[in-house]
Write a protein that binds this ligand. Sequence first.
Ligand code: BGC
Length: 491
Amino acid sequence: MAPTAVQNGGSAGQELSKAIDEIGVQLTLSKDVLDKILERFHERMFHGLANDNQNMLMIPTFVTGVPDGSEKGTYLALDLGGTNLRVCEVILDGKGSFTMKQQKYKVSDELKRGKAKTLFTFIAQSVKTFLESESKTGSASSGEELLLGFTFSFPCEQTAIDQGTLIKWTKGFDADDAIGQEVVGLLQSCLNELGVKVRVNSLVNDTVGTLLAHGYQSKGPALLGGIFGTGTNGAYVELRKNITKLQVDDPLEPAPTYMIVNAEWGGFDDERAILPVTPFDNQVDREAIRPRHHAFEKMISGMYLGEISRMIILSLVDRLLLFKGFSSVKMNTQYAFDTAYMSAIMDDKKDASDNSSPTYKVLAETMEIKPENISAEDIKAVRRVCDIVGKRAARLSAVAVAAVIKHHQEEVSPDNKEEVYNLGVDGSVVEYLPNFLDWVREALREMVGTETEKKTKFGFAKDGSGIGAALCALQASKQEKDHHHPHLHKN
Ligand code: BGC
């Protein structure tokens, strides 16, 4: 019979609970703190719109139109940005719906951290394999030129809708020689070498894809596409005239009124002016592939939340307050406490002394903590730790959302008081972390008020990076036909 979690009440339990209260204080963001972060965030948005190479990059995407659901056509989409590479064929029916065929290919750590050419040849080869298998089933290649939207979810300096230079890798990718290379050209040349007859006509960040996909699916323009997944970031609709750093060769007069900006908000406050970073965050950052980069992302996104929780749990073990002062090899392994386990733990409604609870299973079976060292108090403690870390992530995410809404109200559409704020979101954290959106809403009420919060609509832009890339390929060909294909001029 499996052992029942040991009761560990009395003073040890109280000490543990007190220790978590104290940690909770360090990770709690009051309304005052949120307001200050929001103010800085909004100020950095303007700063990034005016200046190149800022921590929050504010990248102009050259996408000057958003869909409304009436878009039609067949496009290819490629999605690189997380664990898998996906190749999709998307058929947009012009009524806000679509059909999609897709294949996923695992991107190994060797590919993520090897040579750029090897990675991009792998990507091109995956497109080839997809098209070959689709042509057997009679779709995809009808002989016409196939247009492809390339969702590449890393910071790139875009110089046109179909051009962008990789600035840095994030989320565990590290193919160093790709930095500074123009990624669409790189992909196109690999496709050409393999004889794949596809033209890459747009470079799409997943947030831009999410924004476009949400507009299409909800049949009304969205003002934000936000990703809260392995990484975090947002793209929003900006007034062209506000992007003062952009000097373009624009063949259209008058120049477009709007342009989507990819904020790259994961890099917000890398200068550490405002975020209340704890020693737990510092340890996660120090041991990450890119220390001192993407501070905001490291407090919010799925790649890191489990890791912050692991740091806190181990600190309690070191103080002999948790698991009788013992851990396990697994518990001491970087990134072993996956954010998905946090979701299971935060969702756990079972009694803390019930050893069939998801929390008990994660700790005993997955993390290999010895059952005799796990008490009911420990179970409660781990649940509280996950809640504290998850809630902070949600409140920080709300800052970014609030900043975009505030910006929209003050800058983009100051006269329109009645509108609904239509936001498309996607990613494992917003989708699976229990209470995440409720906590975001709570913090939004504190920052922008109940009235605005009520008008804010979050919609899941399912598969933004696939549908969104197809929509971007369509938008790019539209802009091309209208001879509206501006390029950035660098002096
Ligand atoms: C990348 C962004 C991306 C986000 C979400 C971040 O690490 O820098 O480009 O949008 O992850 O995938």
